[in-house]
Design a protein around this ligand. Structure first.
Ligand code: P5A
Length: 456
């Protein structure tokens, strides 16, 4: 993408209304624009990051064997009366009447809608296990929307629902989600710690939230630093293997890690003092096992292998896709701007032309731009007639992890400069070698979708 043809409305001033760094940087980098309190338009740069995150979520869900679909944002109120949640949900639910006076709502979550789909089509244990998910906009009329996309009213969520014959099978689904979530967050360059939490309006006793540690987080958290040493890395995981999933879930949930809702001071005190931490975190996901809470009142039954009709055991599992954009920035920025992890960066590399209009420099940039594209790399080419300082400031603000800088002086010696946004370190290379290096850096990130179904 050539910057002269793009839409990147960066702001020079720091917007006064933004209280936390991710909100400030998203506004300054021209990623979002507020439409109403807690409701945002995603401008092109923000949209690219949102889509990158969404893609990782899709890939990891499908790797775990979960099936994508799409449900609507508007739902009939009657379904929620069946589960008893229509009144229980309270003023956070946006209630709407259509022209015929029918009561509708903008879905804050989809347990009822998916249970209705299930009961219409599935009758036998032979069709289980089944996990369906979608990524769709949700609406919660939060009393205090704030921090930009972090606590929005309209927000983008991945929500998945498992249907299993009994508790054991549903607990496997729970563990499978936990493991796939750990992988999902790691690919985004985040450490998200599963913490025992409270289930709130979704219900059930088994629930974990995934928290990214950050001073600006809305949740108070208590943990043993042993949990922060854990990493999945390149481990091969067989998601159908219940024992393997349970073992990984146990590894992550054995060290003490809880939110203030479930915190137990006596248990916490048993951890060696040097490993005890009290901090804040951003909740980027939550998983639930709630058994037959929805299947029983809504009649989602299957015939088991004894010929009896039994309610299915269910759980639901959410990832805050739009919130993640803010959470990643909270975890990865410096005083000059955002520093995108390679897995979610809106463009893989920035290309800076130091002497726009100089034929040799322009030609070298064009060649590099084409060579990067030929390797499947997305480049933001700053082809504006601007001072070098202004171009660097824009690149630093929008946070592309790698930058290739091309100027007449370097070209005289046959070199361009490759700069790492995170460390600030630069190296001089031939244009070909610079392209090669960037391609190498992204190879592991591009390899992730291999072996997945089309569309993943
Ligand atoms: C699980 C999926 C649920 O709704 N039902 C379907 C369950 N869980 S949850 O914890 O309430 O939400 C899942 C994740 O969505 C994000 N989230 C939000 N993001 C931005 N703004 C909001 N107002 C907001 N509310 C929830 C969180 O990341 C949460 O973990």
């Amino acid at each position: 993408m050539r910057l002269t043809r793009y839409f990147l409305p960066v702001l020079k001033e720091t917007p006064a209304e933004a209280q936390i760094v991710s909100h400030r940087l998203m506004l300054r980098a021209g990623m979002i624009k507020q439409a109403a309190a807690g409701i945002y338009s995603w401008l092109p740069l923000g949209f690219r990051v949102l889509k990158k995150i969404e893609r990782i979520v899709h890939q990891e869900q499908q790797r775990a064997g979960h099936i994508p679909m799409l449900m609507p944002t508007l739902q009939p109120a009657d379904l929620w009366r069946e589960s008893g949640r229509y009144d229980a949900y309270g003023p956070e639910m946006l209630r709407i009447k259509d022209r015929h006076g029918r009561e509708m709502l903008y879905g804050p979550t989809n347990e009822e809608l998916i249970t209705d789909i299930f009961r219409a089509h599935v009758n036998s244990y032979k069709d289980l296990p089944l996990t369906l998910y979608h990524i769709q906009w949700k609406f919660r009329d939060e009393i205090r929307p704030r921090f930009g996309v972090m606590r929005g009213r309209e927000f983008y969520m991945k929500d998945g629902y498992n249907f299993d014959i009994d508790r054991d099978a549903a607990i496997h689904a729970y563990n499978r989600h936990m493991v796939s979530y750990l992988r999902t967050y790691e690919r985004m360059g985040l450490q998200a710690i599963p913490m025992r939490a409270d289930s709130g309006p979704i219900g059930g006793d088994d629930t974990h939230e995934f928290l990214v540690l950050a001073e600006t987080g809305e949740s108070e958290v208590f943990y043993d630093t042993a949990v922060t040493d854990l990493k999945l890395g390149d481990r091969h995981i067989d998601y159908d293997d219940a024992e393997e999933c349970a073992a990984i879930a146990k590894e992550w949930t054995t060290p003490y890690a809880r939110t203030d809702e479930t915190h137990d001071e006596a248990l916490f005190a048993q951890i060696p003092e040097e490993r005890r931490r009290r901090s804040r975190g951003i909740e980027v996901g939550q998983i639930f096992y709630f058994g037959t809470k929805y299947s029983e009142p809504m009649g989602a039954m299957v015939v088991n292998d004894n010929g009896e009709r039994v309610p299915v055991h269910m759980g639901s599992h959410g990832i805050g896709v739009s919130r993640l954009v803010g959470a990643i920035i909270e975890a990865s920025h410096d005083e000059n701007g955002i520093i995108w992890p390679e897995g979610v960066t809106p463009f893989h590399v920035g290309l800076v032309n130091l002497r726009q209009g100089d034929a040799q420099t322009d030609n070298a940039c064009e060649d590099i731009y084409k060579a990067l594209a030929a390797r499947g790399l997305e480049t933001l080419y700053d082809d504006r007639e601007e001072r070098a300082g202004a171009k660097f400031a824009t690149m630093d603000l929008i946070g592309l992890p790698w930058r290739i800088t091309v100027g007449p002086r370097g070209l005289k010696n046959g070199v361009v400069e490759l700069t790492c946004r995170r460390t600030g370190e630069s190296e001089e290379l031939s244009p070909e070698a610079a392209v090669e290096r960037v391609a190498e850096i992204y190879t592991p990130h591009h390899a992730h979708h291999l072996g997945l179904p089309a569309g993943a």
